[in-house]
Each structure stands twice: as C-alpha cells, then as structure tokens.
Design a binder for this molecule. Structure first.
Ligand code: PLP
Length: 424
C-alpha cells in the first residue's frame, strides 16, 4: 500500500452548509440564527472567545510564539473555524496529532505552519512533505520521512521529540544521541531540516508536583544541548502545554502548544478559567422536548435510579450519550429558561429527564431554552466533567456528531488586540 494515499477523513456534516446557516464563523451566522431560531440541538462555538483566549495566552507567553492545538476537530469545537480564529488573534502555528488532520486544514486553504506529531507506518508522509506540514519524529519515522523527501526531491521539516518522562511518544534519553546523529546525517544529505526539538509535560496541571516538571525541563535542556553538539540548530524548542503556559513561565521557551486554554477551559481542578481571564467558547444547547405532570413515587429513566418524592412535573431534554453527554453524569447541572436544575435518573442514548420540582406548567414548557453548559448559564464543562468522573478535555471533545457545531461571532471585527491574563 502506498504510504502517500490520503486516508479518508470523515468530513462531518457539521462542516457542510445547512439551510439557514453559514457553516463557519461570520457575523452572518448570528443573523442566520436569529432568522431561524435556536437549533434543535447545537454546540455553539463563539469565535470571539477563541480570539480572546489566544490573544490573552499570547500576551502571557511572549516573546514565545503560540501554536494553537486544533487536533480532534479542535477539541470538538470545529478545527477549521477555530484555526482561522486563532490565526486572526496571533497564533502563528497550528498543532495536530495526525497528518490527515493537517491535510484537512490545508484543503480548507489554511497555509500557516503546521506540526503533526503522531504517526504510524500508514501515515502519508509524502503528502505532508508536499503540503509543507512539519513532522514530529521520535526515531523510526526519520526513515520513511527521508524516503518521501528523496522521492519528492524536497526536504522534510522535522521536529525531533524527546521523551523527558511522559512515557508516550518521543525518543528515550538512551536512544537520543543516535537519533540526533541520524537526523544530522539526513540533514547533511539535504533530505530533512530539523526545525524544532520538543517534548511534552506530564504533571504541570498538578501544582504541588513542581519538582517533576523541573526534572523534565532539565532533561529537555540537556537533550537540546546534545542536538547542538551534533550540529543541529533548531529554530524552536517547545515543551509547554496549557498547564505549563499558565503556571510555569520557565517552560515557555520559543514556542508553546496551547490546546485547552484557547477553548477557554482550565486544566486545574481548583482554579477556574475565569481566574486566568479565559472565556469558555462552547455552549451545548437544546430545548425542552416534553413537559408532563406526574405523581409522587414516579420512576425516572432506566433502572429507576430516581423517583419523584412529590407531585411534580418532568422536563424531557433531547440529548444523551449518543450526543456525547456522558452517561455517568448523574445529577449534573442543567439550565432551563435561565434556572438551574439537576439531571434526574439515568442519562439515556438520546435523552434525559429533569425534575422541575413544581406543578406549575408555565415552568420549562416545551420549547424552553436548555443549556447544559456555557457562558450564558454559567455552568462549566468542568461541572459536567466532574459529575461524570472525567476531565473537561474529554467532555467537549466527545460532544457527538449528531450535535451540529454552530459558529457564531459575538464580536465581529474585534481581533481581541492585546489583552493580558490577570495576575496569577
Ligand atoms: C494535545 C497536546 C497539546 C495541547 O495540550 P493542552 O493541555 O490541551 O494545552 C500539546 N502538545 C501535545 C504533544 C499534545 O498532544
């Protein structure tokens, strides 16, 4: 099999134009929303928040450059519109796990520097070289990358990855001298150019574990030194993710790789995003699908994990684990008509129930606006994540393809300018 065939990358329907909506963020999206009313169910992504967050993080890390990490469809927010918004606000690189993800952005006409770092034998390295996509390499990848470069008569841009402790991809310290020698030889032969050296932090989100991050940094600087001794002169050294950006200025180096923070989410369990002046970009919304009166002792959803204790009304919310709403999130918060309630009973594939605690039919009628989380209700993805026993990263990334992403721009034309994070 040719390694250069572009694997089919499922274009989700969220990227296709829908009647009444423009697909990506422009002020006309907002206008379209006003015309058609709220979507049946939506993950509304505010591109103004993305720009604000990128500008804030950028001012925090300067003079280091900022790579906006938009892997996994921009953590579920829509990679193409998020990438464009991030570049508008001063990001100068885009980061992806897979080459196939980077190719989707190139096909959308985005020409910014891009780095993809997780490869298999079937990765289309040749397409990456043709499309000027930088490639992370831990060792074995150097050979297929060099072979593709030779075939195309064009040097590949490579970032060597050193494992400073995380234990995932990256070259071990033991193998590093050999890998660096090989990279230097391939560079000498004109097949690759080593433009970067990078690593990834393991515990920077746990503030009491500074010493382990210190160790990683020390090993990283040593690895860079070894590469320099082998004659490599990388343009950029990078190790910081969002926790490093927010809590460890000594990790910023030449370039930071910002994922979670650009979406307005916090990596720290005990420090909300607002503490850093970050604004959550995503709201998950729908409307009440049914509202009915029931008596006391009425079972609610599979297993009767919840029973009403008095005469009340139940509101039916048409989102479930088929939409990425995590089934374990018993008692997670939900906002209906601006009022906060809790999930009652099991979350099913398509729906869950809220006990409204009132017999008043005017409360949360069919069609009332529902927000699971988002800036309007003030409910955070963190609250849902902790109810589900997971992290905000997973929660937003797994919102399902049955929930259309709708990109709005609450501040069209404002590129966020220079903003700074409030004191830490
Ligand atoms: C996902 C990822 C990032 C981004 O991490 P955040 O904590 O979301 O900022 C950075 N670097 C690598 C290698 C990653 O895989």
């Amino acid at each position: 099999m040719s390694t250069d065939s572009l694997p089919e990358y499922r274009q989700s329907f969220r990227d296709r134009p829908r009647p009444g909506h423009t697909p990506t963020g422009s002020s006309s999206t907002t206008a379209a929303l006003k015309r058609t009313g709220p979507a049946e169910r939506a993950a509304v992504v505010d591109l103004a928040a993305i720009r604000h967050n990128v500008a804030a993080l950028r001012s925090w890390v300067q003079p280091a450059a900022l790579m906006a990490v938009v892997k996994a469809d921009g953590y579920g927010h829509g990679a193409v519109p998020v990438a464009r918004a991030a570049l508008d606000a001063g990001a100068t690189w885009l980061g992806l796990a897979h080459v196939s993800e980077a190719l989707v952005l190139r096909e959308a006409g985005i020409s910014a520097p891009m780095l993809a770092w997780l490869h298999t034998r079937d990765t289309p390295f040749g397409r990456a070289v043709e499309e000027n996509i930088d490639l992370g390499a831990s060792g074995w990848e150097l050979e297929p990358i060099a072979a593709a470069a030779q075939r195309l008569e064009r040097p590949a841009r490579v970032h060597l990855k050193i494992d400073t402790g995380l234990g995932r991809n990256g070259c071990t310290l033991e193998d590093w001298p050999q890998v660096v020698e090989r990279a230097a030889a391939l560079q000498e032969a004109g097949l690759i150019r080593v433009v970067g050296i990078f690593s990834h932090l393991a515990v920077a989100d746990e503030e009491e574990r500074e010493a382990e991050t210190d160790d990683q940094l020390r090993l990283f600087h040593g690895a860079v030194e070894t590469a320099r001794e082998a004659g490599l002169r990388p343009d950029v050294r990078h190790i910081a993710n969002t926790p490093g950006i927010l809590d460890r200025p000594d990790t910023h180096l030449d370039l930071v790789r910002a994922g979670l923070g650009i979406y307005g989410l916090t990596p720290f369990p005990d420090r909300p995003a607002s503490e850093f002046g970050l604004r959550p970009a995503m709201s998950v919304t729908t409307t009440v699908a049914q509202n009915k009166a029931v008596g006391p002792g009425h079972g609610v959803s599979y297993g009767y994990r919840y029973r009403t204790t008095a005469a009340t009304r139940l509101a039916l919310i048409p989102l479930g684990y088929g939409d990425g709403v995590p089934r374990p999130a018993l008692e997670a918060p939900v906002s209906i008509g601006g009022q906060r309630y809790a999930v009652a009973g099991r979350i099913a594939m398509d729906q869950f129930v809220v006990d409204l605690g009132t017999e008043d039919p005017a409360v949360a009628p069919v069609g009332a606006a529902v927000e699971l989380f988002g800036p309007k209700s003030g409910i955070t993805a963190d609250e849902w994540a902790s109810a589900a026993g997971t992290i905000n990263y997973e929660l937003v990334t797994r919102i399902g393809s049955r929930v259309p992403r709708i990109h709005v721009d609450t501040q069209p034309g404002v590129d966020a300018g220079t903003q700074s994070l409030p004191g830490r």
